[in-house]
Design a protein around this ligand. Structure first.
Ligand code: FAD
Length: 279
């Protein structure tokens, strides 16, 4: 049970949602955009958050789209991770979505919630960072479409009152040669110790990772090291540790040393396999 009252709104367009949100904010209601609601409900029950109003985005058709538009794949922020895992013709993304929780829970979890929520793993974002996806955001100042990599740094940088509407991926990126491995401590339904995903584009290797540090990332510095083929794969994997964008995570589920060993092992294998695999 949620032990406090809140207002609940179900707008039908992006503009209505944004306007409602701004008004509620001005009225001091501390509103939240609500997508699958799993995280919001859990935190409300525990009184970690206490929003005075929720703006449910599920009735906005535009945010539920899964379609091809010209040379792009469009992914509405309200798509469930289950739908993405079952229906999206983008193997790396389908696989990343399928790795999150179990099917029943995935049916509720949304792409927008995975990217905008508080949990740091955000595994669905890994393929999108690799695919040079664009994010459409909407807020009181209107809409803007930005390269995902410029608006994502540890978390999605939303301006006040902004929501994530959708992501688009160039179709040419969908079939790139890819590689991924997800390491967990317990069974498959567990947070990743290290989820590494990589693609090869015209000979260049790009990678994104979740679980290794306190946030998911794709890093130019790391990619510079792994693309320096003067060094052996194992040496490059070792050298990346010097340029990681944050300390390797050390928590009750795994020591930093163990996570780092997994990272170096998997990265070495990725480099060996991808470099032997043509362009
Ligand atoms: C059992 C379980 C296991 C999990 N395992 C994993 C895992 O292994 N790996 C992993 O990466 N994640 C995992 N998660 C995290 C999960 O992916 C996110 O918590 C989840 O996707 C939240 O989605 P939601 O739609 O329910 O979000 P909600 O509860 O609706 O929202 C979460 C937050 O995101 C904001 N938000 C949602 N949509 C938007 C939007 N369109 N625009 C702006 N803000 C928005 C909300 O305001 C809120 O602050 C797990 C979650 C559960 C419950």
């Amino acid at each position: 049970m949620i032990p406090f009252d809140f207002e609940y709104y179900v707008p039908e367009t992006v503009e209505e949602a944004v306007e409602l949100f701004a008004g509620l904010e001005e009225a001091g209601k501390e509103p939240l955009y609500y997508s699958g609601g799993t995280e919001i409900i859990t935190f409300c029950r525990q009184q970690i958050i206490k929003p005075g109003a929720l703006v449910d985005l599920k009735a906005i058709p535009e945010s539920c789209l899964l379609e091809k538009e010209g040379d792009k794949l469009v992914l509405g922020a309200n798509l469930s991770l289950d739908k993405i895992s079952e229906q999206v013709d983008y193997p790396l993304l389908a696989e990343a979505a399928r790795a999150v929780a179990d099917k029943t829970v995935r049916n509720r979890l949304t792409l927008g919630g995975n990217i905008c929520g508080r949990l740091p793993y955000r595994e669905a974002i890994l393929p999108l960072l690799l695919a040079d996806a664009e994010a459409m955001l909407a807020g009181p100042e209107g809409r803007r479409t930005e390269p995902l990599r410029t608006v994502f740094d540890k978390r999605l940088k939303l301006a006040k009152g902004e929501m994530l509407v959708r992501l688009t991926v160039p179709r040419a990126e969908l079939d790139l040669k890819s590689w991924s491995r997800r390491r967990v401590k317990h069974g498959p339904v567990d947070y990743p110790l290290c989820h590494l995903a990589g693609v090869k584009k015209e000979g260049y290797l790009a990678l994104a990772v979740s679980g290794l540090c306190a946030f998911a990332f794709r890093s130019d510095e790391v990619e510079k090291v792994i693309n320096d083929t003067a060094l052996a794969p194992q040496d490059r994997a070792g050298k990346t540790v010097e340029v990681l964008p944050g300390p390797v995570r050390n928590d009750g589920r795994s020591s930093a040393d163990y996570r780092q060993a997994l990272w170096q092992k998997d990265l070495t294998e990725m480099l060996e396999e991808m470099e032997g695999a043509g362009r």
